[in-house]
Design a protein around this ligand. Structure first.
Ligand code: FAD
Length: 406
């Protein structure tokens, strides 16, 4: 009998963990497992803001796929997924085509620009290693250009972060640490550099406890970050950003706008004809797509409602990893036909947001608030725990974060 073809799209948190689990749960004779990813490495998306500021080298963030996936057990295909044809059980890749019996969609997120003029063309986004590296180099280029040009252009030293969600705030924290180093390197007074955040709500970190938000804002303000709250980004041009506040439009000269104001599921999901809710597949409790018993969606491509609040669970790495466990269990059940499919039951441990390398805030274990060094330690425990789960002790020792205060 032909072995079923299991194809996993994307080697992010959800996809790579599904592959790592399946390679242990199924033996060689039971199924052919194929993992498809754009790059030959997995990257920790939750560390990219550090790479984009230049506070952590991107080689710490990326992990070669061969280091954690057993390539004798899993076929790795480095290619770009173009589309999924669920009715034909086929995947179109940039360089070929794949057939599947069971599919896992873990293609992650892409930035949402909400049609704001010029954002797509002129703003930077923190999405992957390449985009993070580009921002880091662009920051340095502008500091160097400021000194190089005869006519001084203050816009080169204005850095604008659009959006004050967790990604925006974590990036501001890294910038607040990095800018003093850049100033020293390029002989620029610190007071000449502006780090500005524009957020539409009345405070950053919407959804967080107000005490945590207040702590985060004053920590960042004490290190020179300016907040424009209640400001709506109207347009992004190559040399400025325009926002509206209280009916008045203002332009800030800048060559560096980093947009962190929204994400959506990878648009391949919507374009492939799956039933979707705001671009995500609203999966059944066993994580399968409506109408397709052979397609699982996980991570940022999947949407699951919290039955208690009737609000979708957040798109987080934590959820993506937990979903990989349910998906792997259910795929094994389908292949072996011995067990019932299980339901995804998230265990929400809370959120910790870094504010640079020596400060953080957290809301963990049902409203336990953490500030400062305790939150910094918790963040590192979360990061290190993931590495241990993914690649065991040796990966933890190679990539782990052990220096609490840098
Ligand atoms: C800067 C930042 C900080 C964050 N901080 C936190 C945090 O502190 N805690 C938290 O829980 N969450 C955080 N998040 C959110 C979290 O990173 C995402 O929810 C998580 O990465 C989703 O995992 P995933 O498996 O769905 O996709 P991802 O981890 O994004 O992986 C998607 C994979 O698919 C691949 N891929 C994409 N398109 C294609 C294609 N066409 N063909 C082939 N391969 C493709 C990509 O290369 C990637 O490997 C943060 C996000 C960002 C950007």
């Amino acid at each position: 009998m032909k072995k079923p073809d299991i194809v996993i799209l994307g080697a992010g948190y959800g996809g790579i963990m599904t592959a790592v689990k399946l390679q242990k749960m199924l033996n060689m004779n039971e199924a052919v497992i194929t993992l498809v990813n754009k790059y030959d490495y997995h990257y920790q998306t939750t560390w990219l803001h550090e790479n984009a500021a230049g506070t952590l080298h991107h080689d710490r963030t990326r992990i070669p796929i061969k280091d954690v996936v057993n390539l004798d057990r899993v076929n790795f295909v480095m290619d770009t997924v173009i589309s999924i044809k669920p009715d034909k059980k086929k995947i179109k890749l940039e360089n070929g085509e794949l057939y599947y019996d069971i599919l896992v969609i873990g293609l992650g997120f892409e930035t949402a620009t909400f049609g704001i003029p010029g954002l797509k063309e002129n703003a930077f986004t923190i999405e992957n290693i390449n985009s993070a590296r580009l921002i880091r180099d662009h920051l340095e280029y502008n500091f160097a250009m400021y000194q190089h040009e005869d006519e001084k252009n203050p816009g080169r030293l204005n850095i604008v972060v659009g959006g004050g969600g967790i990604t925006g705030v974590e990036y501001l924290g890294e910038l607040a640490n990095r800018i003093p180093e850049l100033c020293e390197e390029y002989d620029i007074y610190k007071t000449m550099v502006r780090i500005i955040n524009i957020e539409g709500e009345s405070a950053v970190l919407p959804g967080f406890d107000p005490q945590l938000t207040e702590y985060a804002m004053s920590s960042l303000e004490s290190r020179g970050v300016e907040f424009i709250t209640g400001g709506i980004v109207k347009e992004c041009k190559p040399d400025c950003i325009v926002y509206e506040k209280e009916g008045k439009e203002t332009a800030i000269p800048t060559y560096t706008t980093v947009w962190t104001g929204g994400v959506r599921a990878n648009s391949i999901v919507e374009e492939s004809g799956f039933e979707h809710n705001h671009g995500k597949i609203e999966v059944r409790p066993d994580l399968r797509a409506p109408g397709y018993d052979d397609v699982f969606a996980i991570g940022d491509c999947a949407l699951i409602m919290d039955g208690k609040t009737n609000i979708p669970y957040p798109s987080t790495a934590q959820i993506a990893v937990q979903q990989s466990e349910t998906a792997a269990h259910n795929i094994k059940a389908l292949v072996q036909g011995t067990e019932e499919l299980g339901e995804f039951k998230p265990s929400l441990l809370g959120t910790v947001a870094s504010l640079g390398n020596s400060d953080a805030i957290g809301d963990i274990f049902n409203n336990r608030k953490l500030f400062g060094w305790k939150a910094v330690i918790m963040k590192k425990i979360i990061d290190n725990r993931y590495l241990l789960k993914l690649g065991g002790f040796s990966l933890l020792m190679r990539k782990g974060k052990f220096n609490i205060f840098y």
